[in-house]
Design a protein around this ligand. Structure first.
Ligand SMILES: NC(=O)c1ccc[n+]([C@@H]2O[C@H](COP(=O)([O-])OP(=O)(O)OC[C@H]3O[C@@H](n4cnc5c(N)ncnc54)[C@H](OP(=O)(O)O)[C@@H]3O)[C@@H](O)[C@H]2O)c1
Length: 254
């Protein structure tokens, strides 16, 4: 039912975790994929192999999404390689896990520039390229429960995710009448490289099951990728400026 045949999708932070799962889902749905990474070249190549194994075109591009120059160079690369872009997924995020009271200006800027400002500059750089495509163009960001809940050691990342959701709504306002949909997927706790580094992660993974209402099933990167796939497809053309929560029900469970 979801057919992204011959669409071109750029996924930031596609070397690992949710970004990689999203790149693979796109390939399964027929899209060609641009795999972005910043440090993990080998992991990005593994993602690219998975995409190519599904018969799609794939390109790998190193770019630090916290740097506007890198973002602009990446879009030039996409233009030269594919000549168009239909789907942009701003997935990459960073930010050490630390108390707000121990957060420096440098920590704050790193998290905000990667997690929030990237969506803004990615969108600015992508719009002229995306406007060459027919039909509705899709921009999706990835948020977390930290946007509306207080989690230990997560203050700066949580604050960045709240800002991300607001920026997405306002981008929808500016771009919605120009054939763009801008939405967010807000994921619950998923076991990936970054969450395995969270202080007390074992207890958090165990506690997750008591909050979710989906039996013994754990939330996987592919569950988040499936929501991104929906928001990238024509099935969601009338979903605009929204945050779609994918967490097995944890956010509504007292
Ligand atoms: N895991 C969860 O429980 C969870 C829950 C809610 C929301 N999320 C969100 O989902 C997204 C993906 O998280 P994840 O857990 O899948 O992360 P992950 O496995 O730690 O992977 C992070 C990815 O982001 C890339 N990245 C980091 N900084 C970058 C930068 N400055 N420029 C370009 N790429 C950069 C990394 O590239 P390299 O490999 O090259 O370093 C890597 O591909 C994030 O937005 C995160 O906040 C995750």
């Amino acid at each position: 039912m979801i057919d992204l045949k011959d669409k071109v999708a750029l996924v930031t932070g596609a070397s690992r975790g949710i970004g990689r799962a999203t790149a693979i889902r796109f390939a399964e749905a027929g899209a060609h994929v641009v795999v972005n990474y910043v440090t993990s070249r080998t992991a990005a190549e593994q993602t690219a192999e998975e995409v190519a194994a599904r018969g799609r075109d794939v390109a790998i591009v190193k770019a630090d999404v916290s740097e506007q120059d890198d973002i602009e160079s990446m879009m030039e690369f996409v233009d030269q390689t594919f000549g168009r872009l239909d789907i942009l997924v701003s997935n990459a995020a960073t930010g050490g896990f630390r108390p707000l009271l121990a957060t420096t200006a440098r920590n704050f800027e790193a998290a905000m520039n990667t997690n929030v400002r990237a969506l803004l500059f990615l969108t600015q750089a992508a719009v002229p390229l995306m406007e060459r495509s027919e039909g509705r163009k899709k921009i999706i960001g990835i948020s977390s429960h930290g946007s509306h809940m207080a989690l230990p050691m997560y203050g700066v990342i949580g604050g960045s995710k709240a800002a991300l959701e607001s920026i997405a709504r306002h981008l929808a306002l500016e771009l919605g009448d120009r054939d763009f949909n801008v939405n967010i997927v807000q994921a619950g706790l998923v076991e990936t490289d970054s969450t395995r580094r969270l202080p007390g992660s074992d207890q958090m993974f165990a506690a997750r099951r008591t909050k979710q209402m989906v039996g013994e099933r754990d939330l996987e990167p592919t569950d988040v990728a499936d929501a991104v796939l929906f928001l990238s497809s024509s099935l969601s053309d009338l979903v605009q400026g929204q945050t779609l929560i994918v967490d097995g029900g944890a956010a509504v469970h007292v």
